[in-house]
Ligand binder design. Structure first.
Ligand SMILES: CC(C)(COP(=O)(O)OP(=O)(O)OC[C@H]1O[C@@H](n2cnc3c(N)ncnc32)[C@H](O)[C@@H]1OP(=O)(O)O)[C@@H](O)C(=O)NCCC(=O)NCCS
Length: 172
């Protein structure tokens, strides 16, 4: 990742830039602004959520959202979305954003992370596989506009397992 790009947790002051970026990327979930506001608003929110942003100068060029739910005595993580501005893609920004979400979910006690991804988003699937996610199943016709299947992927966060964020090399 270029050393000029930094990753940090988002604040409410980033809301406008986050929503703008969300709207420019077709395959992001296009959440209403209120959904992002809730996700950023923690701590104390339930479920626990994190929003990381990638910043280049004063510009937000990437975002990633994660959550941790407490279900039946187990903490379950989810990588809800990740998106990088077209001009900043294929420079390691998406990988670094995901790594931060993974580390955050681990720090919140999650035993694993799940995600759903469009079957036609080959780049995203490759990104997740590179981070250690494995395919667990498929939901047919899960997405609309355009119609697509969802691939279900999981990353186990076993104690002592290597942390992808820790594996990231020094800045280029
Ligand atoms: C998917 C996305 C987040 C990847 O972000 P990125 O910053 O370009 O990804 P990175 O540069 O960190 O790539 C890491 C690895 O992922 C894989 N990858 C990423 N984009 C790829 C593409 N278009 N084609 C093939 N492999 C790709 C590669 O293995 C890559 O490693 P490499 O560059 O060393 O070959 C970005 O393409 C994006 O924002 N897409 C639109 C939104 C989206 O679909 N999000 C996912 C669902 S919510």
């Amino acid at each position: 990742m270029p050393y000029e790009v930094s990753i940090r947790l988002a604040g409410l002051e980033d809301m406008d830039a986050i929503v703008l970026l969300d709207r420019t990327l077709d395959t992001l979930p296009h959440w209403p602004a209120a959904e992002y506001r809730t996700a950023i608003a923690g701590p104390g929110a339930s479920p626990l959520r994190c929003v990381f942003v990638a910043e280049f100068g004063c510009r937000i060029v990437g975002l990633a959202v994660g959550r941790v739910d407490h279900i039946a005595g187990e903490r379950s993580g989810e990588l809800e979305s990740v998106g990088v501005a077209l001009a900043a893609q294929r420079q390691g920004v998406g990988r670094e954003l995901c790594s931060n979400v993974i580390s955050w979910c681990r720090s919140q006690g999650a035993s694993h992370l799940d995600l759903e991804v469009r079957s036609q988003s080959a780049g995203a699937v490759a990104l997740y596989e590179g981070l250690g996610f494995v395919t667990e199943g498929k939901r047919r016709n899960y997405y609309r506009d355009p119609a697509d299947d969802a691939i279900l992927m999981r990353l186990d966060l076993k104690p002592g397992q290597a942390d992808p964020a820790a594996q990231a090399g020094p800045p280029a």
